[in-house]
Design a binder for this molecule. Structure first.
Ligand SMILES: [Zn+2]
Length: 317
């Protein structure tokens, strides 16, 4: 995706978001404001994608070791919370308007909603070129249907109001749109919050990974204190301790373990503390601070005991 196309899509969405806010206020339609909120989610996502290209070139320094890459995760987290507040306002406003209907200028509402629909379609064609094979076409289509739904809801409400005068359709459809956006806002907060709390990626099973390392690097007799987190969703980072029998084994063991992590798990950022023998030099500190988390770090996984390790993890779930 080139920055230019992202910027164009961002411009189209932003302009029509403002059109919808103004149209929503002038016409009295809450459904238009709900759709504008939806456009705001798209605009924020596009702005994040654009800023990613700028953040990527700002280098890490001696204090901010990962540069600004995680700023994206933080921004998405804040966006999600901000959206949740907007949606809460829409729902409470909708409830009030359901009880005390507000007069709506249906023709104006209809015109603005159609403009919003066109803007969404234009943005879609800017972002998805037909000559590009979309690996996740179903996901993309679902996203488009979601994008169009807010505008379609406002169009339907405008038609119903001008034909029947039933004003409650506006708050009803507003709540529907707010709930749909709310689901993705909550998911966004949950996923980014998990990354900020240094959670391990869903796709990695720690017990399997430990067994795989011992398999791939037989000089390693045991691993413990495995901690996996995500700098960004596609950049996992790992630290762990690996026990070998003699100091001479350290270099080849480390090389084999790192090759395995890179190939099987795409983990290219790992710090492995090699320990000779059984004694972990960090044990004293661990007892002091009780740092070890329940799921993965307490259990040592030695050669041939992977099944035992799996049983421990299953039991602790
Ligand atoms: Zn250790």
């Amino acid at each position: 995706m080139t920055t230019n196309r992202l910027l164009w899509a961002l411009a189209v969405i932003s302009v029509f978001m403002v059109v919808e806010v103004v149209g929503g206020v002038l016409s009295g339609s809450l459904a238009l404001l709900a759709d504008a909120t939806h456009m705001l989610t798209d605009a924020l996502a596009l702005a994040l994608a654009v800023s990613a290209q700028f953040f990527a070139v700002r280098p890490p320094d001696s204090r901010l070791h990962y540069g600004y890459r995680r700023a994206q995760v933080l921004a998405a987290f804040v966006n999600g919370i901000f959206l949740a507040f907007l949606l809460f306002w829409i729902v409470s406003e909708a409830v009030q308007r359901f009880v005390n209907p507000v007069e709506v200028n249906a023709p104006l509402m209809f015109g603005v909603a159609v403009a919003g629909l066109v803007a969404n379609i234009v943005a879609f064609f800017i972002l998805h070129r037909r000559d590009e094979r979309d690996l996740n076409m179903r996901g993309a289509m679902l996203h488009v249907i979601g994008d169009l739904l807010g505008s379609v809801a406002a169009i339907v409400a405008a038609i119903v109001i001008s034909m029947t005068g039933w004003l409650q359709i506006d708050p009803i459809l507003s709540i529907l749109v707010a709930v749909l956006i709310g689901v993705s806002a909550i998911r966004l907060v949950r996923e980014t919050g998990f990354i900020l709390l240094e959670g391990a990626p869903q796709s990695i099973n720690v017990v399997e990974l430990a067994a795989g390392i011992i398999d791939a690097s037989p000089l390693i007799k045991e691993v413990h204190d495995i901690r996996i987190s995500q700098i960004t969703p596609d950049q996992p980072r790992l630290t762990m301790h690996a026990c070998v029998d003699s100091a001479a084994d350290a270099a080849p063991a480390l090389e084999a373990a790192k090759a395995f992590l890179g190939k099987k798990y795409k983990i290219r950022n790992s710090t492995i503390q090699v320990e000779v023998g059984e004694d972990c030099p960090d044990r004293a500190f661990k007892d002091e601070e009780q740092l070890a988390p329940a799921a993965n770090a307490n259990q040592s996984i030695a050669s041939g005991s992977a099944a035992g390790g799996a049983a421990v993890l299953a039991a602790s779930d």
